[in-house]
Write a protein that binds this ligand. Structure first.
Ligand code: ZN
Length: 357
């Protein structure tokens, strides 16, 4: 959910009350009147589920088959919500994790006047240090890019061990070793589903314009030459509107074809978030023009479907990129390249894999 994690939002716009359930209302207009009582998701549950489902359904045949079963697709739809569902666990859990859902990029393309989105420091520690030099910190302005990047890196590592487990099932030295690999492969499949599904939430958040801007709820106390609405549009846009007006089938159908990642994951993530940020003003313009309250909100629906489809396509593309990167990843210690093991140039580092230390 959005409310618990937005320190600045809580301070500047209040709301985030104790209401945890909102009864479905007959019209969006009525909902907007109630918006101060809405706890919004990010996207809401429906938006995240749609992104997870559409990405999973679109995984190409080159990816592991266990990810493409009907059960796995269902799992990935629900797991895409998990980072919201785990909110409210207490401190330090919430304060540590909630800022991973957003990044408040300013109109100058910088975060708190410090790091540029397009040239982020390599680590969260360096990012935080750069923000503190500006009198801010990552807990206040968010660290969504790092949630996307480190989740992807984890997925690459998961796929690396999955590849070795698959080899071990048939190439283990003896029956006992092969039986161990059968069990470890099953464990790794579960881990991949969990890691991919949990991380997918943040890939989804990064397609929501209001998660990547200082204008994260209302336009706020910034120059406003276009007289954008002062309404708090975050929750009504990403939550009830999606639930009421957008279906998974139309989002899946609107996805772009598979696109290969051709740079670093950090650069890819910056580009992706930058493209999302470019949709902040179009969203405010649509809202200000009344598109989200129209009797037939086709234009607003089109905007929402396009955003969700971009999120789903990015998620699919990043999963494929992780799978393709996994032969170049390493396993064990000392590290051995997966491709060297798969080609037979190096043996399975069995002691390291099995933890025989
Ligand atoms: Zn989120």
């Amino acid at each position: 959910m959005f409310c618990g994690g937005r320190t600045e939002l809580s301070a500047r716009f209040d709301k985030c009350g104790g209401v945890t359930q909102v009864k479905r209302v007959a019209s969006l207009t009525a909902l907007l009147l109630l918006s101060s009582a809405v706890q919004a998701g990010a996207w809401g549950a429906s938006g995240h589920r749609i992104i997870g489902l559409c990405a999973a359904r679109a995984l190409p045949a080159e990816t592991p088959a266990f990810l493409r079963t009907a059960d796995a697709i269902w799992d990935l739809g629900e797991l895409a919500r998990e980072a919201d569902r785990s909110k409210g666990a207490g401190q330090p859990h919430d304060a540590d994790l909630d800022p991973g859902h957003y990044v408040n990029v300013g109109d100058d393309g910088r975060i708190a006047g410090g790091p540029e989105l397009a040239a982020l420091p390599r680590t969260r520690a360096d990012y935080d240090a750069a923000l503190r030099a500006q009198g801010s910190d990552s807990g206040k302005v968010g660290w969504l890019p790092y949630a996307v990047v480190d989740g992807w890196q984890q997925l690459v590592k998961d796929f690396a061990y999955y590849r070795i487990d698959q080899m071990g099932v048939t190439h283990g030295a003896d029956a006992a070793q092969r039986a161990w690999f059968v069990k470890d492969l099953k464990l790794r499949q579960g881990l991949i589903l969990r890691d991919l599904g949990y991380w997918s939430h943040f890939v989804g958040d990064a397609s929501q314009p209001l998660h990547v801007t200082t204008h994260f709820n209302a336009w706020g106390d910034y120059p406003n030459p276009h007289n954008y609405t002062s309404e708090r549009i975050h929750g009504p846009f990403e939550g009830e509107f999606i639930h009421q007006f957008v279906s998974d089938s139309e989002v899946c159908a609107a996805m772009a074809p598979l696109r290969a990642m051709d740079g670093s994951i950090m650069a890819e993530t910056a580009d992706y978030i930058g493209a999302t940020r470019a949709q902040v003003e179009p969203l405010f313009a649509l809202w200000t023009a009344g598109a989200f309250k129209a009797a037939k909100p086709d234009q607003a629906r089109g905007f929402a479907v396009a955003r969700l489809a971009v999120g789903a396509a990015e998620l699919r593309d990043l999963v494929v990129a992780a799978w393709r990167a996994s032969p170049d990843a390493t396993v064990g210690y000392p590290a051995v390249k997966v491709s060297a093991i798969e080609s037979g140039a190096a043996p399975i580092p069995i002691d390291a894999i099995q933890g025989n230390d």
